[in-house]
Design a protein around this ligand. Sequence first.
Ligand code: NZQ
Ligand code: ZN
Length: 389
Amino acid sequence: MNGFVYDIPTKVYFGENQLGNLGSELHRFGKRVLLTYGGGSIKRSGLYDRVMEELHKADMEVFELSGIEPNPRIESVREGVAICKEQAIDVLLAVGGGSTIDATKFMAAGACVEHDAWEFFGAGAKPIERALPIVTILTLAATGSEMDTAGVVSNFATGDKLGRLARPLLPQVSFLDPTLTYTVSRFQTAAGAADIMSHIMETYFSTDPDLYMLDCFMEGLLKTVVKYAPIAVREPENYEARANLMWTSSWAINGFIIGGKRRAWSCHPMEHELSAVYDITHGLGLAILTPRWMEYCLDDSTVDKYVQYGVNVFGIDASLDKMAIARESIRCTEEFLFEQLGLQRTFTDVGIKREDFALMAQKACRYGAIKGFKTLTPKDVEAIFEMCL
Ligand code: NZQ
Ligand code: ZN
């Protein structure tokens, strides 16, 4: 069991009617704010007007960058960096889902350096030592970007979608109002739930011994997703369901559940290659991959973890044969993702073709084999892709 440091200072305002605190929080960092958002959902929902009202009440000087894409592009980051530099921005306010927040994180970091923001990514990446302060208003429960040190950006010129972790990227303050997710489509709600589930499973499915307490915590988070995601899909304005998903999204990836585990994630590097080539929704790619990856990794050396998961998360009869429980746990996962959440099941359904497997598998292993729950070489990744067809 390894030691670890847990230190997540993001201040969270959770619940309805907290936006009255936005002005005073932003004021702590200065008066010139860059408001960033996506393709317009915040205008349609009326959130944009509410935010502007708070910013004007607080006498902030507001600059705007809109149109941040799902799977955000490096071009949007560059645009934001330029505004930060030209307008001497004090603080960035990201209003949206993971894509808006991620892109904003690299604008904040890019504003503090002279080099191009793409140099923060890939082999030989430049350090991120500083970033302008980031405040977020979350509108989609999924990535956990509102409370983590990570961000993922796409560069379609190079065919890459790359992630980066750095402490200065951690938001200073995040507003989590579950009612802001009422307008999220059924599909994005389901994909977000699959993403949350994957963040937990990437840590839970590990052969590193760690704290029993953390395993129980993760099972609680997984049960929460399994219980509430189908409700949110059926009843978009169910506060209890939206609130449970929202807080689970943050805790799935804010560092708490990792404890001392050092193993790499598995489905995420594979999925990022799907999004890099096909621009598909991250959570959908994960939903298709996850049960096949589970199937691929199941053997006598890993079966106990599946048993623990199957019994504690899905309530499978513990007296059955171990392998039978493991297989049933995979079936329950599939049933949850594809039947209850209604996500598409296969690569064929979403247009992903075999001809790209070799290159995507090579890129998924760009830093060497993926040393996760089971070590995966490009050949293993290709085999998992085959199972997804
Ligand atoms: O752009 P707008 O118009 O806002 O519409 C968005 C977008 O079309 C819409 N949406 C968001 N909130 C809404 C809403 N529609 C109606 N009502 C609302 N309240 O949903 C669509 C998807 O938004 P996006 O931000 O792309 O989704 P998500 O939060 O799932 O973010 C996905 C991105 O985050 C990365 C993914 O790879 C992907 O690029 N990730 C970031 C991580 C992190 N920072 O730690 C970890 C994750 O594993 C993930 O890789
Ligand atoms: Zn994810």
